[in-house]
Design a binder for this molecule. Structure first.
Ligand code: DX5
Ligand code: ZN
Length: 222
Protein backbone atom coordinates (compact mmCIF):
# COMPACT_ATOMS: atom_id res chain seq x y z
CA UNK A 1 0.00 0.00 0.00
CA UNK A 2 1.51 3.28 -1.09
CA UNK A 3 0.64 6.51 0.65
CA UNK A 4 0.56 10.10 -0.56
CA UNK A 5 1.54 12.84 1.88
CA UNK A 6 0.64 16.28 0.46
CA UNK A 7 3.05 18.92 1.77
CA UNK A 8 1.18 21.87 3.27
CA UNK A 9 3.98 24.25 2.38
CA UNK A 10 2.62 24.49 -1.16
CA UNK A 11 -1.00 25.09 -0.12
CA UNK A 12 -2.90 28.36 -0.45
CA UNK A 13 -3.11 29.55 3.15
CA UNK A 14 -6.10 31.76 2.38
CA UNK A 15 -8.17 28.62 1.93
CA UNK A 16 -6.14 26.14 3.89
CA UNK A 17 -8.98 24.20 5.54
CA UNK A 18 -10.76 23.73 2.22
CA UNK A 19 -7.62 22.50 0.50
CA UNK A 20 -6.81 20.05 3.28
CA UNK A 21 -10.33 18.58 3.00
CA UNK A 22 -9.82 18.20 -0.76
CA UNK A 23 -6.62 16.23 -0.25
CA UNK A 24 -8.33 13.96 2.26
CA UNK A 25 -11.34 13.35 0.01
CA UNK A 26 -9.06 12.59 -2.94
CA UNK A 27 -7.39 9.81 -0.98
CA UNK A 28 -4.29 11.31 0.64
CA UNK A 29 -3.98 9.48 3.94
CA UNK A 30 -1.19 11.66 5.29
CA UNK A 31 -0.61 15.38 5.57
CA UNK A 32 3.07 16.37 5.52
CA UNK A 33 3.75 19.37 7.74
CA UNK A 34 7.15 21.07 7.31
CA UNK A 35 8.33 23.00 10.34
CA UNK A 36 11.36 25.25 9.68
CA UNK A 37 13.24 27.41 12.14
CA UNK A 38 15.43 29.65 9.97
CA UNK A 39 18.54 28.07 11.52
CA UNK A 40 18.64 24.40 10.52
CA UNK A 41 17.30 25.55 7.14
CA UNK A 42 17.27 29.12 5.78
CA UNK A 43 13.51 29.52 5.78
CA UNK A 44 10.83 29.83 8.47
CA UNK A 45 7.45 28.16 7.96
CA UNK A 46 4.87 27.49 10.67
CA UNK A 47 4.50 25.79 14.01
CA UNK A 48 2.20 24.64 16.78
CA UNK A 49 -0.76 27.05 16.44
CA UNK A 50 -1.28 26.10 12.82
CA UNK A 51 -1.11 22.37 13.53
CA UNK A 52 -3.52 22.72 16.42
CA UNK A 53 -5.99 24.60 14.28
CA UNK A 54 -5.97 22.25 11.27
CA UNK A 55 -6.23 19.22 13.58
CA UNK A 56 -9.90 20.20 13.91
CA UNK A 57 -10.50 19.91 10.15
CA UNK A 58 -8.61 16.76 9.28
CA UNK A 59 -8.45 13.15 10.37
CA UNK A 60 -5.40 12.46 8.20
CA UNK A 61 -2.16 11.21 9.72
CA UNK A 62 -0.17 14.32 10.63
CA UNK A 63 3.34 13.63 9.43
CA UNK A 64 5.37 16.43 11.01
CA UNK A 65 8.80 17.03 9.47
CA UNK A 66 10.94 19.04 11.87
CA UNK A 67 13.69 21.02 10.16
CA UNK A 68 14.77 22.67 13.39
CA UNK A 69 17.82 22.43 15.60
CA UNK A 70 17.50 20.56 18.89
CA UNK A 71 14.01 19.20 18.24
CA UNK A 72 14.05 17.53 21.67
CA UNK A 73 12.86 20.88 23.06
CA UNK A 74 9.48 20.57 21.37
CA UNK A 75 8.55 16.90 20.86
CA UNK A 76 5.91 16.84 23.59
CA UNK A 77 4.36 20.08 22.40
CA UNK A 78 4.11 18.96 18.77
CA UNK A 79 2.47 15.73 19.88
CA UNK A 80 0.03 17.61 22.09
CA UNK A 81 -1.07 19.90 19.31
CA UNK A 82 -1.91 17.04 16.98
CA UNK A 83 1.13 15.37 15.40
CA UNK A 84 0.80 11.62 14.76
CA UNK A 85 4.35 11.08 13.65
CA UNK A 86 7.48 13.16 13.99
CA UNK A 87 10.52 13.15 11.73
CA UNK A 88 13.71 14.86 12.89
CA UNK A 89 17.12 15.27 11.28
CA UNK A 90 20.11 13.40 12.61
CA UNK A 91 22.25 16.46 11.82
CA UNK A 92 20.14 18.54 14.24
CA UNK A 93 20.53 16.51 17.45
CA UNK A 94 23.23 15.22 19.73
CA UNK A 95 21.47 12.12 21.02
CA UNK A 96 19.06 10.73 18.43
CA UNK A 97 18.17 7.73 20.60
CA UNK A 98 16.75 10.04 23.27
CA UNK A 99 14.60 11.95 20.77
CA UNK A 100 13.22 8.67 19.41
CA UNK A 101 12.34 7.66 22.98
CA UNK A 102 10.63 11.01 23.56
CA UNK A 103 8.48 10.60 20.45
CA UNK A 104 7.46 7.10 21.47
CA UNK A 105 6.77 8.16 25.04
CA UNK A 106 4.38 10.81 23.72
CA UNK A 107 2.59 8.17 21.61
CA UNK A 108 4.03 9.17 18.23
CA UNK A 109 5.54 7.32 15.32
CA UNK A 110 9.24 8.11 15.12
CA UNK A 111 11.23 8.80 11.97
CA UNK A 112 14.68 10.13 11.17
CA UNK A 113 16.02 11.93 8.14
CA UNK A 114 19.34 13.12 6.77
CA UNK A 115 20.13 15.84 4.25
CA UNK A 116 21.15 14.75 0.72
CA UNK A 117 24.84 15.34 1.51
CA UNK A 118 24.87 13.08 4.58
CA UNK A 119 25.53 9.35 4.10
CA UNK A 120 22.29 7.33 4.21
CA UNK A 121 24.16 4.77 6.34
CA UNK A 122 23.93 7.26 9.21
CA UNK A 123 20.35 6.06 9.77
CA UNK A 124 21.29 2.35 10.01
CA UNK A 125 21.96 2.31 13.76
CA UNK A 126 18.42 3.58 14.45
CA UNK A 127 16.46 1.24 12.20
CA UNK A 128 15.62 -1.15 15.02
CA UNK A 129 14.00 1.68 16.99
CA UNK A 130 12.11 3.74 14.41
CA UNK A 131 9.06 3.25 12.20
CA UNK A 132 10.11 5.33 9.17
CA UNK A 133 13.06 6.94 7.38
CA UNK A 134 12.55 10.12 5.38
CA UNK A 135 14.89 10.26 2.39
CA UNK A 136 15.32 13.86 1.21
CA UNK A 137 15.43 14.21 -2.56
CA UNK A 138 16.11 17.97 -2.38
CA UNK A 139 18.14 20.12 -0.01
CA UNK A 140 15.62 20.79 2.79
CA UNK A 141 14.33 24.33 3.14
CA UNK A 142 12.04 25.12 0.24
CA UNK A 143 9.25 23.56 -1.78
CA UNK A 144 9.24 23.49 -5.57
CA UNK A 145 12.84 22.31 -6.12
CA UNK A 146 13.78 19.71 -8.73
CA UNK A 147 14.20 16.08 -7.63
CA UNK A 148 17.86 15.09 -7.22
CA UNK A 149 18.40 11.88 -9.21
CA UNK A 150 21.09 10.74 -6.75
CA UNK A 151 18.20 10.01 -4.39
CA UNK A 152 17.24 6.89 -6.36
CA UNK A 153 20.43 5.12 -5.35
CA UNK A 154 19.95 6.14 -1.72
CA UNK A 155 16.35 4.88 -1.67
CA UNK A 156 17.37 1.57 -3.26
CA UNK A 157 20.31 1.08 -0.92
CA UNK A 158 18.12 1.72 2.12
CA UNK A 159 15.28 -0.48 0.79
CA UNK A 160 17.68 -3.39 0.24
CA UNK A 161 19.22 -3.00 3.68
CA UNK A 162 15.84 -2.76 5.46
CA UNK A 163 14.50 -5.79 3.59
CA UNK A 164 17.64 -7.82 4.18
CA UNK A 165 17.51 -7.15 7.93
CA UNK A 166 13.72 -7.53 8.07
CA UNK A 167 13.00 -4.24 9.83
CA UNK A 168 9.36 -3.10 9.68
CA UNK A 169 10.49 0.40 8.67
CA UNK A 170 8.75 2.48 5.98
CA UNK A 171 10.59 4.73 3.53
CA UNK A 172 9.21 8.19 2.75
CA UNK A 173 10.67 10.35 -0.03
CA UNK A 174 10.44 14.14 0.11
CA UNK A 175 11.22 16.80 -2.48
CA UNK A 176 10.46 17.22 -6.17
CA UNK A 177 8.17 14.19 -6.41
CA UNK A 178 5.45 14.52 -9.05
CA UNK A 179 3.48 12.57 -11.57
CA UNK A 180 6.48 12.36 -13.93
CA UNK A 181 8.78 10.55 -11.49
CA UNK A 182 6.45 8.93 -8.96
CA UNK A 183 6.72 5.53 -10.67
CA UNK A 184 10.53 5.60 -10.44
CA UNK A 185 10.34 6.74 -6.81
CA UNK A 186 8.14 3.86 -5.71
CA UNK A 187 10.03 1.54 -8.05
CA UNK A 188 13.21 2.38 -6.14
CA UNK A 189 11.54 1.34 -2.89
CA UNK A 190 9.56 4.24 -1.40
CA UNK A 191 6.35 3.48 0.53
CA UNK A 192 5.24 7.06 1.12
CA UNK A 193 5.59 9.98 -1.30
CA UNK A 194 5.58 13.58 -0.11
CA UNK A 195 4.38 16.05 -2.76
CA UNK A 196 3.83 19.78 -2.38
CA UNK A 197 3.81 21.58 -5.73
CA UNK A 198 2.60 18.48 -7.57
CA UNK A 199 -0.52 18.37 -5.39
CA UNK A 200 -1.38 22.04 -4.83
CA UNK A 201 -0.23 23.76 -8.03
CA UNK A 202 -1.37 23.86 -11.66
CA UNK A 203 -4.41 21.60 -11.96
CA UNK A 204 -7.03 20.92 -9.31
CA UNK A 205 -6.01 19.08 -6.17
CA UNK A 206 -8.27 16.14 -6.97
CA UNK A 207 -6.91 15.82 -10.53
CA UNK A 208 -3.36 16.01 -9.27
CA UNK A 209 -3.95 13.43 -6.56
CA UNK A 210 -5.71 11.05 -8.91
CA UNK A 211 -2.49 10.87 -10.97
CA UNK A 212 -0.60 9.66 -7.90
CA UNK A 213 -3.36 7.19 -7.02
CA UNK A 214 -3.22 5.81 -10.54
CA UNK A 215 0.53 5.23 -10.32
CA UNK A 216 0.15 3.59 -6.88
CA UNK A 217 -2.66 1.36 -8.13
CA UNK A 218 -0.65 0.17 -11.14
CA UNK A 219 2.27 -0.79 -8.92
CA UNK A 220 0.06 -2.52 -6.37
CA UNK A 221 -1.62 -4.60 -9.08
CA UNK A 222 1.72 -5.93 -10.31
C1 DX5 B 1 11.46 20.75 1.72
C2 DX5 B 1 10.27 20.13 2.38
C3 DX5 B 1 9.35 19.42 1.44
C4 DX5 B 1 8.70 20.30 0.40
C5 DX5 B 1 8.26 19.44 -0.76
O1 DX5 B 1 12.31 21.21 2.69
O2 DX5 B 1 10.70 19.17 3.32
O3 DX5 B 1 8.37 18.70 2.17
O4 DX5 B 1 7.61 21.02 0.89
O5 DX5 B 1 7.74 20.26 -1.76
P1 DX5 B 1 7.81 19.87 -3.31
O6 DX5 B 1 6.99 18.60 -3.47
O7 DX5 B 1 7.21 21.04 -3.98
O8 DX5 B 1 9.24 19.63 -3.65
ZN1 ZN C 1 9.22 17.82 4.26
Amino acid sequence: MYILAPSLLAADFNILGKQIKETEEAGAEYLHIDVMDGIFVPSISFGMPLIKSIRETSSQFFDVHLMIINPERYIKEFMECGADGITFHLEAVEEPGKVIEQIHAAGGRAAVSVKPGTSIEMVYPYLSEIEMVLVMSVEPGFGGQPFMPEAYGRIRQLRDYIDEKGYPVKIEVDGGVGKKNVREVIGAGADICVAGSAVFKKRSISDNISQFMKAFGEKEDK
